[in-house]
Design a protein around this ligand. Structure first.
Ligand code: PLP
Length: 395
């Protein structure tokens, strides 16, 4: 959607390193996400954005964007203060103070939902709710991983693997005067978060797609059994959350799911280029500046070592986006202070020119920058703060 020269020109006056958001690409991604998610509501995964203004912008784009999936209780509280509501903290919280603070806001009318997956979580919430004389809104997290011979295909999160596990927790929630069941979540990480169209990995892609097809059948069955169990107990929930950017096309087909979560697809960090089902634009990137030229075709820049979390591997390094053909070196990769870049292409590069990269994951980039510079019609028109720029560091 944009060339090296256009981005270089747009960021000319911005001190480097800097992060940018290309508005036209973000708008295209938003349209694609609305289309790919069928008619489901979309909950925005804040961890993959980490900028209040960007989330507000997306939220205002369509009324199908409903609520935020938060990653910590303190973050949910912060977002509530910023004017958001319907905040679902999708990972369990144990720490007492933030739970207490969440409950106080719920008592005042906020919709902030916490996640539970065990009797221990329930007892923890009960202790706090008793002391505060309140009732928590909670969602039960159901494990949707698949077991194949010698392979756990999925993530290790909730211990609720079967309908029996679920009903045990459900019964305990129903009898608790301190917890109101607000929703359910089942995140099919092995579909949403595992790439299946990695260039140069044909065999792996085929195996992953095969495993995904098998796993999808199980997921569908499990979700509908869970819904039946709920009905049997005469319980209804406000939401059944599922999916992520990588599974929009399959999760939208499930009748029992009321809302999809999407985060990474808005910025489209480079991991999300490698999926078979969709194509999004690189909306967010960062620029580092060439500060020395140690030899012909080698351009060493200041900064750049913004490596993503997760199982370490080459895919967690930032990727050079522009100029096309520029590469990181094997020995140094993206460096703590300096990053050498090899480029033999036609664009003459000089000290002071930028190299444009993309992070592997979407939101983590915002932990490195205080601002995201908004590029529209080829020039910087605004700058939005990130959580870091707001002085916030939630995880
Ligand atoms: C619970 C949950 N839902 C959804 C997602 C998907 O988020 P994204 O769209 O950023 O991949 C994640 C990502 O890890 C997650 O943990």
């Amino acid at each position: 959607m944009y060339t090296y020269e256009e981005i270089r020109e747009a960021l000319m006056e911005v001190p480097k390193p800097c992060a940018y958001l290309h508005m036209e690409s973000l708008e295209k991604n938003i349209e694609t996400i609305l289309e790919l998610s069928g008619n489901k509501n979309i909950r925005i995964a804040s961890k993959s954005i980490r900028s209040v203004n960007v989330m507000k912008m997306i939220m205002n784009y369509s009324d199908r964007f409903q609520g935020i999936m938060c990653f910590t209780a303190d973050e949910a509280i912060y977002l509530y203060e910023q004017g958001f509501d319907d905040l679902f903290i999708a990972y369990p919280t144990w720490d007492e103070t933030p739970l207490r603070n969440v409950l106080r806001l719920v008592k005042e009318g906020a919709t902030i939902t916490v996640t539970i997956d065990s009797v221990m979580h329930i007892e923890r919430l009960e202790e706090i709710a008793k002391a505060e004389n309140g009732v928590f809104l909670a969602a039960i997290d159901i494990d949707l991983s698949s077991q194949f011979p010698g392979l756990h295909f999925g993530v290790y999160r909730s211990p609720i693997r079967t309908v029996e596990d679920f009903t045990q927790v459900l019964e305990r929630v129903i009898e608790s005067p301190y917890i109101q069941l607000d929703g359910l979540i089942g995140y099919e990480a092995q579909i949403a978060g595992v790439v299946d169209n990695d260039p140069g990995q044909r065999l792996r892609n085929q195996i992953v797609r095969f495993l995904k097809r098998r796993s999808l059948k199980e997921i569908k069955e499990k979700r509908s059994e869970i819904m039946k169990a709920l009905q049997k107990y005469g319980v209804s929930v406000r939401f059944m959350n599922g999916g992520g950017t990588g599974s929009m096309v399959t999760t939208r087909e499930e009748g029992s799911v009321t809302e999809l979560t999407v985060g990474s697809g808005f910025f489209n960090s480079h991991l999300f280029d490698k999926y078979n089902d969709f194509q999004l634009y690189p909306a967010v990137g960062f620029a580092i500046e060439i500060t020395r030229i140690p030899e012909k075709h080698v351009f060493t820049c200041l900064g750049g070592g913004y490596v993503a979390s997760g199982a370490s591997g080459k895919d967690k390094l930032p990727e050079i986006h522009l100029p096309k053909g520029a590469k990181l070196t094997k020995n140094e990769g993206a460096g703590e202070v300096q990053t050498p870049v090899v480029y033999k292409g036609p664009i003459p590069l000089n000290i002071g020119d930028p190299i444009i990269l993309r992070h592997s994951k979407a939101g983590e980039l915002c932990e490195r920058f205080r601002f995201i510079h908004i590029i529209q019609n080829g020039r910087v028109v605004d700058k939005f703060t990130t959580y870091r720029g707001d002085g916030k560091c939630f995880l």
